[in-house]
Every structure is written in C-alpha cells, then in structure tokens.
Design a protein around this ligand. Structure first.
Ligand SMILES: *Cc1c(COP(=O)(O)O)cnc(C)c1O
Length: 462
C-alpha cells in the first residue's frame, strides 16, 4: 500500500530549535530604537518581553534546547503528520510528488501554539502574571489563550475589528481557554482612541492592535506582551516543524525541490523552510517560495526599509520589507496575511535570493481551497490556501516541464472557523483587489528605503 501519512514517534520529536541566525550569509541589520535611532539593547526590550526571549532574539547559537516543560506540552499535538497528497496529484495529473505538513492538528488549529507554548513558558518562569497581545484572524489570540491556560496565566487579546466581526467563534475559543478579547481599535488605550478619533469606522489592522497591546503591557504590573510572528524568537520556535519534516522525508527517501509557505509575518513558512534553507546555503538546490496576498504585497512590491512594527510607532524600527506602518490592507478573508511588514529574517533571506516571494489573488486561493477539500478532504484556513494555490501552480508547472519534482508545502491551519469566508466565496461575493500604485506610494512615503549594500549569491558558501 502507498504510504499516506508519515508519523514520527513521540520519542523522535526534535529536542532543539534551529536558529538560522547562526548560518546567515549576510548578517542582519540591528533593530533601532524609535527615539534615538541607535540599535536597541536588551534593556530597551525588558519592559515588554521576559529576558529569556530577549536572549533568544539576539542569539547566535545554532541549536537551542527546547525546555522539558515545553516539550511535554508540545506532545499534546506534536509531532504533526506529514501527508502525501496522492489525490491532489491525481486530480492535477502531475508527475510531481506533493507533500504537506499538517499543522492544523494543534488544539488551536494552526502552527501558532509552537511559539505560544514557548512564550507562555518563558513568561511563566520570569514571573509574568498576564500577557497582552494582538490578533488578526484570531488564530494567534486563540493559540496564546490556549497556552496561557496551560501555564495558569491571564491572556488579554486585542483583535483586529474586521476579523472580530467576520469570525465571532474565534473570540469564543479564546474565552473557552480563559482569555479575554476586545475588538481593536478600542477605547481602552491611547493608541486605540487616537485611531477612532480619526476614523470611527476603522476596520483595524495588526499594526493598530499591536500598538494597543504594547501600551496595555507597559502600563500594567507583571504584564508582558507577546508577538505571534515577525520576531526572531518566533521564527526560532517554529523550526520544530521543518526539523520534523526533514526526519519524515528521510523515512520515505525524498528531499524537496520546492518548498512553499504562505507568509503574513513569516513564521509558518520560516518554521517549515529554515532547516532546509540551511541546506540551501550549503549548496542544495531548492526553490523556496513565500506566498502573500496580492492585496497586501509586502514582499513583492514593498521596499526593504527600516519601519515600525506597529501603527503608532511604539515598537523598534525593524529592517524588513514593508508597505509602511500606516498601511491598512483591504479586508480580505486571509486575516492572518494582512500585515504591513515581514519578519526581518525572512526579509533578509529574500534579499539574499534564498527565498522567492510570490503574490496570489484571493479568488485563486479559494478555488485552490475547494480543489484541496474535494481531493484531500481537509478544509484549509484562507491563509493556508495561498500555499495550496502555489503548490497547485508548481505541480502544473512540473507537468508542463515533464519533471517529477518533490513539492513540500506547509499547511498552516484548518479553516473550520472560517466558514463565513467559504460561504462568501461560493456565493460569488468575493472579488480580487489589486492595490493601486498611488495607494502604495502613499503608504510607503513615511519610510525611507535602506540602501542595501550586502547581498549574497546562492552557492558561494559551502
Ligand atoms: C497566522 C497564520 C498565518 C500567517 O502568519 P505567519 O506568521 O506568516 O505564519 C498563516 N496561516 C495560518 C493558519 C495562521 O493562523
């Protein structure tokens, strides 16, 4: 019989995370203090993050031990299965082998608990009583609520208004795990009140919600803030995914020619691909594709610049691809991909030609989601459909080229709490949205592109 799922035993679960900072061909530019313009030090970050996470943020260690207390809780859903998409391959009549890593089996339904569990643990041992955060589609807020509950901590979530209205059950999930959820912009913070004064009907954005959550964290005792993507330590925690995939593909004797992930802040695609990018840096030929929505084209159309992580300019300036901190993306259903920036690590790897960014329109992603559901059965999160759509494109390309390529994509989460989006698609209410050039210009005006000297050419290190 064909092997459909590749499982790892619990004893085979990786015991360390992989830190790609140790292998970067080009060193990263440092984050800068928003006031002084100088590189930020640990003391600047101490009011919002616990020290162990700050240390990981700047670590150059290649492998970092996963604490026992985190490993134990990872076992609730890890190791996750790697699937071979035989039915999809047959449907597409492609010679390509398509594998997908199912990160939708976690209690929260996505990859996000991989970092939420680690962040909850490091906060717990550092004396944190309450964590504040923002959430887009609600995936991160529910993941953090789930993980905080396992460590007996409070969790307060500012949820982007548009998603709060579109996905009411995400709020109920957060509440089920004991978290509290407020639509953002809210009247609870200076930042929220400022935005509401300018635009009472603001649909919100991750940038605005981050501002609110950071403000709430610094103004309350024993309260810290947690970010679900973008930062180095988040990418680090997600690498357990790619490390598992390497072991799983070895079981069936395959190695990917193409790796695909959708990218909002970059964490799920980073987690799946970084261990393979290490191989690529050392000479392996792999096409690594990060897929974003065409309506929020951070990587494909934005400049690489120093920009704020949030809208009201409280966070450090990060070196990244960005559409500008004031950018409010169209209200597409892939809420988790509506962020103005991209993880500095992912951005640097794009600059170094180790990751190839692509943008796809909304309708193609939902069409791919239906094909996937009707062949492989699983209903994808709208975000994950971006990866599915790109895998389909690549499988068709492999057919045209007559190549038996191995395609691996990261299935970042299920869409069972996103049925309103599917309903909108199937009843013809969704449309594509091309970001007009003028609108993009307006958004990036407030940021200065970085003149980029240092760039690496693949294959020059071995
Ligand atoms: C949050 C989310 C994303 C986007 O975030 P990244 O940090 O880019 O991974 C993608 N897919 C799902 C299912 C999500 O919940």
């Amino acid at each position: 019989m064909e092997q459909k799922k590749i499982f790892l035993a619990e004893s085979e679960m990786p015991r360390q995370w992989y830190n790609i900072a140790a292998d970067l061909p080009t060193p990263m530019e440092p984050p800068l203090h928003p006031g002084t313009g100088q590189p930020v030090g640990p003391e600047d970050l101490a009011p919002i993050f616990p020290m162990p996470l700050i240390e990981q943020e700047v670590s150059q260690e290649r492998f970092i031990d996963i604490p026992e207390e985190v490993l134990k809780r990872y076992l609730i859903w890890r190791p996750t299965p790697l699937y071979r998409a035989y039915n999809l391959e047959k449907h597409l009549d492609t010679p390509a082998k398509i594998y997908f890593k199912n990160e939708g089996v976690s209690p929260a339904g996505s990859h996000k608990p991989n970092t939420a569990m680690a962040q909850a643990f490091y906060n717990k041992i550092s004396g944190t009583k309450k964590i504040t955060t923002e959430t887009g589609a609600g995936q991160w807020g529910s993941a953090l609520s789930f993980c905080c509950s396992l460590f007996g901590m409070e969790c307060k979530v500012y949820m982007v208004r548009i998603s709060y209205d579109q996905k009411p059950y995400r709020r109920v999930m957060m509440e089920t795990w004991g978290g509290t959820c407020t639509p953002s912009p809210s009247n609870e913070t200076e930042a929220g009140r400022k935005i509401l004064a300018e635009n009472p009907d603001s649909p919100g954005s991750l940038g605005i919600a981050i501002s609110e959550a950071v403000e709430a964290a610094v103004s309350e005792e024993n309260t810290k803030y947690a970010l679900g993507s973008v930062l180095n330590h988040v990418m680090l925690h997600q690498t357990i995914n790619g490390l598992e995939c390497q072991k799983q593909l070895a079981v069936v004797g395959d190695y990917p020619d193409v790796i695909i992930g959708c990218a909002g802040g970059g964490s799920n695609m980073a987690g799946n691909s970084f261990p393979f990018i290490r191989d690529k840096i050392h000479g392996k030929e792999i096409d690594i594709i990060a897929v974003e929505p065409a309506s929020c084209p951070t990587m494909t159309r934005g400049p690489f610049a120093y920009d704020f992580g949030d809208t009201v300019q409280m966070t450090p300036l990060l070196p990244m691809y960005t559409l500008g901190h004031g950018f409010v993306p169209a209200p597409i259903h892939a809420g988790g991909l509506r962020y103005h920036g991209m993880a500095p690590l992912v951005s640097q790897l794009i600059l170094d030609n180790l990751i190839r960014p692509e943008a796809i329109h909304q309708l193609e992603t939902f069409e791919a989601g239906l094909i996937f559901a009707r062949t492989e059965g699983f209903i994808s999160a709208p975000e994950a459909n971006h990866a599915v759509a790109m895998a389909i494109r690549e499988a068709i390309k492999a057919k045209e080229e007559g190549k038996e390529k191995v395609i691996l994509f990261n299935w970042s989460g299920h869409g069972l709490v996103d049925m309103a989006a599917y309903e909108a698609y199937m009843s013809g209410q969704l449309s594509d949205y091309d970001l007009p050039e003028e609108e993009m210009h307006r958004a990036v005006q407030e940021i200065a592109p970085l003149p980029r000297p240092k760039q690496y050419k693949p294959g020059t290190i071995s």
